[in-house]
Design a protein around this ligand. Structure first.
Ligand SMILES: Nc1ncnc2c1ncn2[C@@H]1O[C@H](COP(=O)(O)OP(=O)(O)OP(=O)(O)O)[C@@H](O)[C@H]1O
Ligand SMILES: [Mg+2]
Length: 604
């Protein structure tokens, strides 16, 4: 049987899993990691780096690393979107030829779907290494409230990675499957998923392996990053001198560095009572800069982020009221997403529901594990699990006065369809346009525009009332929409699959898919053993780079930044590692290791 995989394509982290006889497990990366940070970077030499490697690059060249691109997938470029991203991220977003969003990393411009495609391709490569065979079939998860355009774009990213999408599965449903709710559980489950960049709450009803999504609510711009930013502001307030503070606020590298420190401190206070922060901001070549010393206690962290946690709970309430339920009627609460490791969130959630949440499954891995379970079921075709999802955001038609006539309301169960009759705006029209919008606002301009159906060939001589145009919206179980418009007088019909492929032309998409394939199969002349050795070397080089950085910091804190011999060695090491980029042979590794040992001796 051909292997199948489940992929959680996350804003912050992604993961790939597979299931054999119903038991899912994460496929580890060659470097031993279980999660792939959703980062793609371009090095100075023009090489593509992903995951951990890109994270290292982000410490020194944050504007060369694409992060959180899931926030922009399937969106149209607007000046507001670009401005918003500039506030949050160190890179620049530009418009593609059809107003699609592209990310500029130095001289390279990548369509957003390509960035996602690269991440998927990397995970596919990990799975192929694991199976020692080609892997094509995957279930890929998406947030429950993803619009049609975002779903289509995710499919396109999968195509770039050469993956055949068995199904796009809503993340909360996947999480519930990882908890085994498809077998022997009957009741309601609330999935609380707080990741790095998005928050989703879903209320599911489960009966005999049938999942029904009763309601979803969320905030696509809320997650762990927002907690980190609160800490960044707090850290900045330590810099007493106003001009220095101003300088740091405008230094992208320094801000990125502060975010990394903040995130680390946030993680530390999840398990420890406090986290000590001791570093130098915006250091020069000799390591001299603005010293930052502080201590974050868990108690103070909880005070700082209290408003954020309240926001999260208000969304929980919204989901419950959409599902017409009270908190006490929920049978199980599932915690998903790395942020649910924060003790305060756990406490608040259990208080809110009056019961302990279930967190047996690792919160970072649940979504990928559930996707793997479902992929195996779909491939075996013997899975009994049925999924009934809902419309994530209302769909309607733009009518006169810039208003919206909704056809499919949010939270309607899938598959579903609805029909309405419309009339042309004026007498004597030869064609009618049916603009399709998605969102909750009554005003069309405040919603996402998905596309339009154009029905031509009307005779042009009749009154508007003689041309009843019947419009049908049909959404399938994956949340893909087709819109049909029929002129009742002539019987003429037009159908569009509302397609988000405003992004890429087919030709460009094919070229990108080929490029990915080539990239995955790089080093084809090496045998498996050599490849494994090189991977090992690369991993060890990263380790060396990390310890060199650590040593560098230690030197700074003990006031030894002027130790010339150590400095020279550090520079040599960094150069050797950079040079090894792309080659990473065992030879370089040995040299680097020898230098590291010498460095350690020198400073101990
Ligand atoms: N031990 C921990 N303590 C506190 N926060 C943590 C911990 N581990 C991870 N996080 C936070 O969890 C977030 C990442 O969560 P996760 O990997 O679930 O995100 P994601 O699924 O990629 O994002 P999204 O669901 O928004 O697409 C980050 O903000 C990270 O800092
Ligand atoms: Mg997630």
């Amino acid at each position: 049987m051909k292997p199948s995989i489940g992929i959680d394509l996350g804003t912050t982290n992604s993961a790939v899993a597979t299931a054999s006889s119903g038991e899912p497990h994460i496929i580890e990366r060659a470097t031993g990691q279980r999660l792939l940070p959703s980062l793609v970077g371009i090095t100075q030499s023009g090489r593509r780096v992903l995951g951990e490697e890109a994270r290292l690059l982000a410490e020194t060249a944050p504007d060369m690393v694409a992060s959180a691109t899931k926030r922009f997938i399937g969106q149209r470029w607007t000046p507001e979107l670009a401005a918003r991203s500039r506030q949050l991220y160190p890179y620049t977003l530009v418009a593609g030829p059809t107003e699609d969003v592209r990310i500029k990393l130095g001289a390279t411009t990548l369509p957003i779907v390509q960035v996602s495609g690269m991440l998927l391709s990397e995970l596919r490569g990990d799975a192929e290494d694991h199976f020692g065979a080609e892997v094509r079939k995957a279930v890929i998860t998406v947030p429950a409230n993803f619009t049609d355009a975002q779903r289509q774009a995710t499919r396109e990213a999968a195509e770039i990675a050469g993956l055949q999408v068995l199904r796009l599965l809503n993340e909360p449903t996947a999480a519930a499957m990882a908890y085994g709710l498809s077998h022997g559980f009957t009741g309601t489950a609330l999935v609380f998923d707080l990741g790095g960049g998005t928050f989703d709450v879903s209320v599911l009803e489960v009966k005999d392996g049938v999942f029904t999504v009763l309601a979803t609510a969320g905030d696509p711009y809320f997650g762990g990053d927002d907690f980190d930013n609160v800490l960044v502001q707090w850290l900045l307030s330590h810099v007493q001198d106003a001009p220095s503070r101003e300088r740091i606020t405008h230094d992208r590298v320094a801000v990125q560095y502060l975010k990394i420190i903040a995130e680390r401190a946030k993680r530390e206070v999840s398990t420890a009572a406090f986290s000590r922060i001791s570093t130098v901001l915006a250091p020069d070549a000799k390591g001299r800069g603005i010293p930052l010393e502080s201590m974050l206690t868990r108690e103070f962290f909880e005070k700082l982020v209290r408003p954020k946690t309240e926001h999260a709970l208000s969304i929980v309430e919204k989901a419950l009221s959409d599902a017409m339920m009270s908190a006490s009627q929920v049978d199980v609460v599932l915690l998903v997403g790395g942020m649910t490791r924060v003790p305060l969130l756990r406490t608040l959630v259990s208080k809110h529901f009056g019961k302990e949440p279930d967190s047996r499954v690792d919160p970072d891995e649940a979504v990928a594990l559930g996707a793997a379970v479902h992929a195996a079921e779909l491939v075996d075709k013997k899975g009994k699990t049925l999924l009934l999802d809902v419309v994530g955001a209302s769909l309607g038609v733009q009518v006169a006065g810039g208003l919206v006539k909704p056809l499919l309301k949010r939270n309607t169960m899938l598959p579903c369809s609805a029909t309405e009759v419309f009339y042309p705006g004026q007498d004597g029209q030869k064609a009618v346009r049916v603009p399709v919008v998605q969102g909750e606002s009554k005003r069309s301009e405040e919603n996402a525009r998905l596309g339009q159906v154009v029905l031509g060939g009307l005779d042009g001589n009749s009154l508007r009332k003689d041309h009843a145009i019947e419009v049908t919206f049909a959404m399938d179980t994956e949340g893909l929409l087709s819109v049909t418009a029929t002129d009742k007088a002539s019987g003429k019909t037009e159908v569009v699959q509302v397609d988000a492929r405003m992004d890429l032309s087919t030709r460009e998409a094919e070229a990108l898919a080929q490029q990915e394939e080539k990239h995955r199969n790089a080093e084809p002349t090496l045998d498996a053993e050599e490849r494994r050795k090189n991977r090992h070397a690369r991993r060890a080089l990263h380790g060396a780079l990390v310890s060199v950085r650590k040593v560098h910091k230690e030197l700074q804190t003990v006031g030894e930044a002027d130790n010339e011999e150590a400095q020279a060695l550090i520079e040599q090491l960094a150069a050797a590692i950079v040079e090894a980029e792309g080659i990473e042979t065992s030879g370089t590794l040995e040299a680097v290791q020898a230098m590291t040992v010498k460095l350690m001796q020198l400073i101990s």
